[in-house]
Design a protein around this ligand. Structure first.
Ligand SMILES: NC(=O)c1ccc[n+]([C@@H]2O[C@H](COP(=O)([O-])OP(=O)(O)OC[C@H]3O[C@@H](n4cnc5c(N)ncnc54)[C@H](OP(=O)(O)O)[C@@H]3O)[C@@H](O)[C@H]2O)c1
Length: 250
């Protein structure tokens, strides 16, 4: 089902990184794009730059997302908002657990509950769940993140089961390390964080994830791309280890 068959999209976590890039990409295709995040300034700037409709909103605010979903018949839903609070489970705090469940999982479940029935009724729609390679593999120190992303991974398949027989496509995108501000948001915005995660690495950019989303949408309606794992070429499969390119031999 090419872009021209869809009219409206909702992208959560649109104030930075992949979400902002997806908004830009979908606007370039001429869709009406609703962009949702809490940070007012970057969201309003994105709206000014792209013509998207900004919703300064916490994705975990159930009353607010319920109102929005009732107002707009979304053809495309991109569940992208996500947070992490790296810690071994032995040191997990109640607040960490609640926050990750609320943003990474509960909000996704509710948005799917609110939006997918309309897609089924219209026989038209595409849901993207941005999970992580953490949905499929174990790494130390991110237990609640793994649990929430794995839950959304399962939900992605379940949506296809429950929408069976209708032209509702569902795609899980599982990024490895992507060059966004997530590391600054999680570990603090410092030179040290930048050096640890970004500097000198060859990483996919947020725009590469947006291009993958666009590719899935542009595929014919008979084609559902269910799962995409997108990592740096220089990231070990199934792990976090990422290496910098070797210097050319002198
Ligand atoms: N970058 C990576 O290496 C990587 C790898 C694997 C998976 N992922 C996943 O990819 C997705 C996008 O991450 P990113 O790298 O683009 O990170 P990012 O730059 O930190 O963006 C995260 C987005 O989520 C939004 N968000 C967080 N809490 C929210 C809330 N309560 N309500 C509404 N929006 C909220 C943030 O906006 P506000 O703070 O303004 O609300 C921001 O726009 C996430 O689900 C992340 O888990 C990223």
């Amino acid at each position: 089902m090419p872009f021209s068959d869809y009219q409206t999209a909702l992208v959560t976590g649109a104030s930075s990184g992949m979400g902002a890039a997806i908004v830009r990409r979908l606007r370039r295709e001429g869709l009406t794009v609703h962009a949702l995040a809490r940070s007012r300034e970057p969201l309003l700037k994105l709206a000014e730059d792209t013509g998207c409709i900004a919703h300064v909103m916490d994705v975990a605010d159930l009353a607010a997302v319920t109102r929005l979903a009732a107002e707009v018949p979304f053809d495309i839903l991109v569940n992208n908002a996500g947070v992490d609070s790296p810690r071994k489970f032995l040191q997990a705090t109640p607040d960490d657990i609640d926050l990750l469940i609320d943003v990474n999982l509960r909000a996704v479940l509710h948005l799917c509950r609110l939006v997918v029935p309309g897609m089924v009724a219209r026989d038209r729609g595409h849901v993207f769940n941005i999970t992580s390679i953490a949905a499929a593999y174990h790494f130390g120190g991110n237990s609640t993140y793994h649990a929430t992303k794995a839950a959304v991974s399962m939900l992605t398949g379940q949506l296809r089961q429950d929408a069976f027989g209708k032209r509702v496509r569902v795609t899980e995108i599982c990024p490895g390390r992507v060059a966004t501000d997530i590391f600054a948001h999680v570990h603090g915005d410092s030179a040290d964080t930048h050096a640890r995660f970004i500097e000198g690495f060859e990483l996919p950019q947020a725009e590469d994830i947006a291009d993958a989303v666009a590719y899935c949408i542009a595929a014919p309606v008979s084609v559902n791309i269910g799962h995409m794992e997108i990592t740096p070429t220089l990231q070990v499969p199934g792990g976090l280890q990422t290496t910098r390119p070797e210097k050319p031999q002198a």
